[in-house]
Design a protein around this ligand. Sequence first.
Ligand SMILES: [Zn+2]
Length: 273
Amino acid sequence: MKFAFKLVVLTLAMGVLLSCQNKTEKTETTNTIINEIPSVNGDKQDTFYQYSIWFAFVNRVFDGSLTVKELKTHGDVGLGSFDLLDGELVMLDGIAYRIRENGEISVGQDNDEIVYADAAFFNKEDVFFIEEPLIFNDLAAKLDIKKKSPHYFYIYKIHGSFKRIKLGGVPKVEPPFTEGLDVLIPNRPVFDAENITGTLVGFYCPDYIGNINAKGHHFHFISDDKKWGGHVMDFESSSTLEVQFDTKIKYKFDLPVSKDFENVNLSKEFQYN
Ligand SMILES: [Zn+2]
């Protein structure tokens, strides 16, 4: 969070502004100073961004139109799925990787479309370490200990080595879409890797998010050599994990503008936990 920083900037700016007015009465200078207060960028730095809503994604709104180029204006880390479920998405250090259902990994191009995504600008707030061996099922409890409150949003970058890791892909679909995520996810392609080093990119939403997003922790993985990636289903660590996290206090989503979204029947529910 950059609250304290923003308040300092604002206070300093106001101080300069007042002193300029008192001494010179130069309104031109005053305007310049107001324009320099980075309120828009500051908001983006504190924002958890989401494209589409989880409820729509679960209920077969699989034709999205957020481009990779647009996604990057909302963050430098992210996760989600490409248009028509043609690959899982994990964004790390501003690069959006696409993991297709056969496990092949490529870099998403500016005009490639996304159907669902979480994204944020990662500002490392704190770091802590988790000794090996850690299994995936025990990760959430370790992260919860360090949360100021379960009611904020959190972004994670977790780096380390894994004795084994199980990653999920998505099967590409064509319209008309007959199955929702409640059917597709339990039957997703699975990639098992051993003795691998890489980064988990994670997003945490409080329970009150309801069906707007996936509740709790949601992780995607990309290996250091960029040969393995996907939705994290299970792992056992084989090194100390370095956990960097960032608390977000603002939330923003963009809804798809499409007939599919306008007419979607939001009847099916699906959550990972
Ligand atoms: Zn996922």
